[in-house]
Design a protein around this ligand. Sequence first.
Ligand SMILES: [Zn+2]
Length: 510
Amino acid sequence: MSYARVLCVGLVGVAGHLVEVEADLSTGLPAVVLTGLPDTALNEARDRVRAAVVNSGREWPNRRITVNLLPAALPKHGSGFDLAIAAALLAGAGELPSAPLDGVVLLGELGLDGAVRPVRGVLPMVAAAARAGITRVVVPLDNAREATVVPGVTVRAVDSLQRLVEYVRGTGPLLDPPPAPPAPPPAGPDLADVAGQLIARYALEIAAAGGHHLALFGPPGAGKTMLAERLPSILPELDDEAALEVTALQSIAGLLPPDGRLVRRPPFQAPHHSASLAALVGGGTGLGRPGALSLAHRGVLFLDEVPEMARATLQALRQPLESGRVVLSRARGTTEYPARAQLVVAANPCPCASPAGDHACGCSPAVRRRYLGRLSGPLLDRVDIKITVLPLTAVQLMGASEPAEPSAAVAARVARARSAAAARWSAGGWRVNAEVPGPHLRRPPWRLPVRDTRILHQALDRGTLSARGFDRILRLAWTICDLDGRDRPNAGDVGEAYQLRMGELLERTA
Ligand SMILES: [Zn+2]
């Protein structure tokens, strides 16, 4: 026999596609030809596969070898095809029977010594195989845990090409995935560590309950980062669908811990303000990797010192934040990653970032206005809640005798408010108030009586409020009312929402 066919999976973004690896061996000048749109990494596969085969003690077939990856039109990249190429080649050369590999997907990179190395993106690859009706996969041992989270697929692992060869010949077993580690990973930082800051804590709770973007202003040391990184701790755990999406993205980025659990906590990403565009929204070589925005999908993207960010970078965030996805266009094709993240931006009040804020710095009001003005427009317009965070005074710090409320207690209120909102908007398919389109809120039966929204109409007439801002305040008012366990927002909720949107709520100093 001089022909064999083995299955594999190629990834484009988070979408996996079944790939057939064909090997044909014919008489002629000994050579290896790879076809089917391989990139450089795939060409290197030729050398890795040859070394791995020889170093596993196999004879390298001295014939003309053609390896073809189908479908040809699918862009392919990475080293995950090595194992399938080696198996197809050995089966084509008659070194292996091909029947045991029928309907089995093989994934893995080969080392020159014949070891099978882990690859990125095994979870979305196995999920794609399952969707295509595949029930058996063989993956690198180090990726086996993450592959087992896909239901309906039997996962076996290999640590070397030699082990696969012995299995196919019926002379040795494959490996079982390692057992799941006993304890779940520790939870992130907790709100119990945040003393005082009642307004900021409340704003965080509203942001979590309604899915609203949040802006925190204040001098360095006021606790903006501390607050932002605790937002995931009061968000609900990810449901099955979201957990698979988030885990798949971390798998592609090579960030998944080896225990290979489904990620259940909403992710938190805090790229530095000097981060490149590729690091932020995605990009890089080949078809492009997910950026921080996609790694924050279904979680929180925290941008600290946001006025320091390049204008082009801020501009690039706009469209993905609106559509919930990043589209990377490359010469070799288009890759798409999900990017539905909740945004928290933070800024110092002025460029000198003096810790005492108002008092010690010499920045003129014009300098301060210009500094924060860099934020305005595209980004700040999408932020529902703006608050100022001030450092605790000694009196406040010493006076905080009661321990602060822990995240679990806040998360319980957030969960109640979210389920009320989800039930109300179920007909439209919106899960949180921030997703509800403005016109829907301004029409019966959800329109609020004018006596309750008078403050907004006056601001509209004065020109201090935009139509977009009007809708954002309505959404916030619904969230405030949901947290309070009532059916409909009243004038008080609307007033509070107005203050949050306009940035008028200040921590009281007492
Ligand atoms: Zn200053």
